[in-house]
Design a protein. Structure first.
Length: 278
């Protein structure tokens, strides 16, 4: 519980740069969405995740009335990190026009076309799509999904302690692994949590994936009820493309290994939702 507050406030900024979201249309629309849902938004940050990965994400943290929202810069189509606006121009060395003409000779229009495509190519989502993604994230908050996960996690830890307490003095178990005379506490821990808990962990992981997928569908439906169906669908398509995620998965493999539903399942489910506000 302490780390949930300490990590984003003091540890994460040691490794990534967090900048306040600049004033503009996006910030205004996010604040309006938060106010319409009575979400106690205190601060909006953009983290420079593009330094290490093209992965896009958004998350929120904070207890009670002290909520923050963090957006990855790769999620924002038109965002330029502070201090990088003129970096390219200032660091580049001017090439004489005669040298440029000579280096481009024989390459034709393909070079200029490729350079133009590279300059205009963008990743991330536009303003309405980012708001739709946050509508999904606010659905997690509205249904208390984070709180439910914390309660389940604490229950799982207590269950693990209980089972270990029941088995730690069972000499037959440790004798089966060759520890007959001496049974150090570290050996007991290793045997119980590595071998006895292996099937239990598999079942628990499978059930948590089912619950997590249900939470994702609920959050999607919440965003649809906010009138964000089409924008959320287009945002998911862009995010899956930018993150190089594969949209199709076998349903049995997906149920066992995926905490989030595959893209096509989410899109089909959103088409079936009947919004309350429309």
């Amino acid at each position: 519980m302490v780390l949930l507050h300490i990590y984003p406030e003091f540890i994460a900024p040691l490794f990534d740069k967090y900048n306040p979201l600049p004033d503009g249309e996006l910030k205004t629309k996010i604040n309006e969405l938060a106010q319409s849902l009575d979400f106690p938004l205190q601060k909006l940050y953009v983290v420079e995740g593009s330094k290490r990965s093209a992965h896009s994400n958004a998350y929120m943290y904070g207890f009670h009335k002290n909520k923050r929202i963090v957006l990855f810069d790769t999620l924002l189509e038109d965002y330029t990190p502070v201090g990088r606006t003129d970096q390219t121009n200032s660091d580049s060395t001017e090439v004489p026009e005669s040298d440029r003409e000579e280096s481009n000779s024989g390459k034709g229009e393909d070079v200029n076309k490729t350079d133009k495509d590279c300059e205009t190519k963008k990743i991330g989502c536009n303003t309405e799509e980012v708001v739709a993604v946050l509508g999904h994230e606010l659905g997690h908050w509205k249904f208390s999904h984070m709180l439910k996960n914390i309660v389940i996690m604490q229950g799982s830890i207590l269950f693990s302690f209980f089972v270990f307490g029941q088995l730690m003095n069972n000499k037959q178990i440790f004798a089966a692994f060759g520890f007959i005379d001496q049974q150090p506490i570290l050996i007991r821990l290793y045997i119980v949590f590595s071998f006895i808990f292996s099937p239990i962990n598999e079942i628990e992981s499978f059930l948590m994936h089912i619950l997590s997928r249900r939470f994702e569908f609920q959050a999607d439906e919440f965003a649809v009820n906010l009138g964000k169906r089409e924008k959320l669908k287009s945002a998911l398509l862009k995010l899956f493309k930018d993150n190089l995620a594969f949209p199709v998965a076998d349903w049995m493999y997906s149920a066992r290994h995926y905490s989030h539903p595959p893209l096509l399942e989410r899109l089909r489910a959103m088409d079936q939702y009947k919004p309350k506000q429309e």
